[in-house]
Design a protein around this ligand. Sequence first.
Ligand SMILES: NC(=O)c1ccc[n+]([C@@H]2O[C@H](COP(=O)([O-])OP(=O)(O)OC[C@H]3O[C@@H](n4cnc5c(N)ncnc54)[C@H](O)[C@@H]3O)[C@@H](O)[C@H]2O)c1
Ligand SMILES: [Zn+2]
Length: 522
Amino acid sequence: MSVDVIALTGLPGSGKSTVAPLLARLLGWRCADIDALIEQSHGKPAGAVLADQGEQAFRAIERDLLHEVLAGQRPVVIACGGGLLADPGARAVLLRQALVVWLDAADDVLLGRLDAAAGRPLLQPEPAARLIELRAERFEAHAAAHVRVEAARDPHLIAQNIAMLAASERIDIPGHVHHVHTGEGLLSRLAEHVPADATTVALVHDAALADAATVADAALEAHGIRCVPLAVEGGEGAKTWKQAGSLLESMAAAKLRRHDCVVALGGGSIGDLGGFAASTYQRGVRWITVPTTLLAMVDSAIGGKTGVDLDAGKNLAGTFWQPHAVLCDISLLASLGERSYRCAVSEIVKYAMLFGDPLASLLDSDLDSLLARHPGAITAVVRMCCALKARVVEADEREASRRALLNYGHTVGHAVEAASRYAVLHGEAVAVGLRAAGLLSTRMLGCPDTDIAWQESVLRRAGLGQVDGVEVRDVQQCMSMDKKSRSGETRWVLLERRGSPVAGVAIPDAAVRDALHEVLSV
Ligand SMILES: NC(=O)c1ccc[n+]([C@@H]2O[C@H](COP(=O)([O-])OP(=O)(O)OC[C@H]3O[C@@H](n4cnc5c(N)ncnc54)[C@H](O)[C@@H]3O)[C@@H](O)[C@H]2O)c1
Ligand SMILES: [Zn+2]
């Protein structure tokens, strides 16, 4: 779901009530200030209601109002009372439904803003000492926020900063709700996404991205978070059991604790490897993934599949381990080679064929801009693909059913990749697989020619769909090995038409052979 509730929390003086209306105005959203609503309904300031009724009764009033606000018109920015997130029920609701932002500033900044502390009974009798206590009491609640934003700044700047995160995508996997943020320059704001109780980050990064790793390191250190960079040569060769073991040893040597965090900065290979290490270190620590290839942004960073390869095959050891956050910083694509960039178009076309509009229309209007790497087009396409994959993963995290749809084009794609001994890149091989699945969809399910022609034309414009030096019989052999290793018949994902996929289709060998001849000969 796109984010339609932003909840601001923080200690007294952090500026929730000032920032909330500014943010709401910037976004054109409704604003609800819980303290102001209490004042309206009780005819006196929230502080006075708290003093009169006691904390327990006050929290119940807050909770009821929160439910009313959440049941009302959206999108909405909510200024939460400082203690609201400390209430376990309210916290669970907010974390599930809202992007929860903790406005954080040092005690002296907060105290400087609180010269009128007389109206704040929670801070009596001695504001400085009481603020320290309150920070400790509420630390757990604040640390649960999705994002921590520096509040010792002009409120307009804070509002602008938060507004940049409003277009994020919420992935609602029970117990693992997290957000995918897409935009430019997100890496330099990495610290905002690191959970507040993490004091050390193990930064697993592609060795080819040394400059980006330096940006991440500086961003973390500037916020007092220790960063332990762990460079790994990116690419499929990184995804080994040995490499994962070596990362785990490095994490232990760096004294990474249970509450600390792993950041994976790189393409799908580093995401799969770093996520796998995070999922096993001390039985699982939180991790943030920062994909740096277009393929990783539209595909591998979403869904929480992690893993390494074994001698017997790709991805044979792995886990499902959802990230704490996904940061698609599209500025990181600037250094990505053209071949790798274009490979991602196969996966994008796959989503468009599986789900139709609005992605298909977006490609109709924006494909040239996407191929020319215009930031606006990349952002729009990445956001849409993330949303599409998120819906599939939410419905079927463990690939019991619906997630298998994402294998459209991959039955042949994987075999072409393997038959070329991985000289053909994944996206290039999937493009061939999409063409084969397209032909078979027409022949087996009567998919309209126009839909398949659309797929052909988008792939062709991206320079995809043809590979050299791959023989039909080698592809068939790889497909039959794959079939044996899964001890069953190959089941295909085909299309009745664009936007209407069918999983589990069985196809006669002769039809498959004909389709392979056609797509591998032209
Ligand atoms: N977990 C999942 O759901 C999932 C889904 C799809 C693919 N994958 C996995 O993803 C992997 C492929 O990932 P990928 O295509 O993102 O590539 P990759 O991580 O293999 O990287 C490809 C090459 O690009 C380089 N690179 C990466 N980012 C760069 C940048 N910004 N600038 C310059 N060079 C850069 C790397 O060093 C490497 O040489 C495969 O192992 C595949 O199995 C996983
Ligand atoms: Zn793929």
